[in-house]
Design a protein around this ligand. Structure first.
Ligand code: GDP
Length: 365
């Protein structure tokens, strides 16, 4: 699962990406410094693992991960080939969700491509480019299948959906799941559009504006909820500069530093967790003395396929899953107690995995 970080040049994408991955992608005060997409694998923080580690006295803890891609600068006119243009847009088509960074900090030393800092302008510039690119794809699709639609009922319906979608995009809005019936939305997903991907908006603010929203953030939030809101949209405020600094700290230093700023969790942790949620991902856990580990599956995954994440042999020889939900396991105090009190369930091959399932798979070798 991949989340693409997009936004105008110099809004803080690389800084965020660096902090996320500590990978050292170049960050410089220069619009096109991030030309090739950089991919970083990021650990998903999960406090449950720490608790399980103690309970099982595990030798090793393995958290789950998602990927972030730092996508090169989009500028006004990209859908017409400006800047890195189409190359940029094709990279975005490949990601599962978008983290859209908007600059909400003042700093005379950091050049703005349009010469002025206005988060609403920036937001609209990027979203319009995505919309233009999608309209082009839709038009091609409609053109190609117009003839077929005359004789084929399914294609006729598809063209109608595409036309409705086009109308929404023409109005400068992002299409929403709620605008369509479930089967229509399913068809839309096959079109590989950018504007229908889940989006996480990141307002990049200066350190002083972390606690209280500044005017730019307030306006940004209002605009997003008015024009771009929906089931799969979220806004998170972070300070890229601060995140870059604390990315170097160990957990204890980080907690101390955040407490000094009056914050509970780092912006990046929020970004990772929100991204995870946005992608419709579910974590199940395995725990024992060797290791306790978090595994990622998509919503709706059944037990045997979840087992397949661990090893294909376990999926092939799947007999049953012994599952205790995390909260109940903690309440019971140990897995022995959970078994004694009947909290641990035996689930078969049709069981759909839930977030926080502490799982033990039985299988034939
Ligand atoms: P990108 O082009 O969007 O990837 O932007 P970068 O991450 O390379 O950042 C461009 C410049 O802005 C760099 O000099 C960063 O140090 C600076 N920058 C990024 N975030 C912040 C921030 O929150 N506050 C300030 N003052 N500068 C920032």
């Amino acid at each position: 699962m991949k989340i693409g970080i997009v936004g105008l040049p110099n809004v803080g994408k690389s800084t965020i990406f660096n902090a996320l991955t500590k990978a050292g992608a170049e960050s410089a005060n220069y619009p096109f410094c991030t030309i090739d997409p950089n991919i970083g694998v990021v650990t998903v923080p999960d406090p449950r693992l720490t608790v399980l580690e103690k309970m099982y006295d595990s030798r090793k803890v393995v958290p789950t991960t998602i990927e972030f891609v730092d996508i090169a600068g989009l500028v006004k006119g990209a859908s017409k080939g400006e800047g890195l243009g189409n190359k940029f847009l094709s990279h975005i088509r490949e990601v599962d969700a978008i983290a859209h960074v908007v600059r909400c900090f003042e700093d005379d030393n950091v050049v703005h491509v349009e010469g002025k800092i206005d988060p609403i302008d920036d937001l609209e510039t990027i979203n319009l480019e995505l919309i233009f690119a999608d309209i082009e794809i839709l038009d091609r699709r409609i053109d190609k299948n117009k003839k077929l639609a005359k004789t084929n009922a399914q294609e006729k319906a598809n063209v109608e959906i595409a036309l409705r979608l086009r109308e929404i995009l023409e109005g400068g809005k992002m299409p929403n799941e709620s605008n369509f019936a479930p089967d229509e939305w399913e068809f839309i997903q096959t079109l590989q559009l950018i504007s229908t991907k889940p989006v996480l908006y990141i307002a990049n603010v200066s350190e002083d504006d972390l606690l209280e929203d500044n005017e730019m953030v307030k306006r940004l939030k209002a605009t997003i909820s008015e024009n771009y809101s929906g089931e799969h949209k979220e806004i998170i405020k972070i300070s890229a500069k601060i995140e870059e600094e604390i990315a170097q700290f160990d957990d204890e230093e980080k907690a101390e530093f955040l407490a000094e700023l009056g914050l509970e969790s780092s912006g990046l942790d929020q970004v990772i967790q929100a991204g995870y949620k946005l992608l419709g991902l579910v974590t199940f856990l395995t725990a024992g003395p060797d290791e306790c580990r978090a595994w990622t599956v998509t919503e709706g995954t059944k037990a045997p396929q979840a087992a397949g994440k661990i090893h294909s042999d376990i999926e092939r020889g799947f007999i049953r899953a012994e599952i205790t939900s995390y909260d109940q396991l903690i309440a019971a105090g140990s897995d022995v107690k959970a078994k004694e009190t009947g909290i641990t369930r035996i689930e078969g091959k049709d069981y759909i995995m839930k977030d926080g399932d502490v799982t033990f798979f039985r299988f034939n070798v």
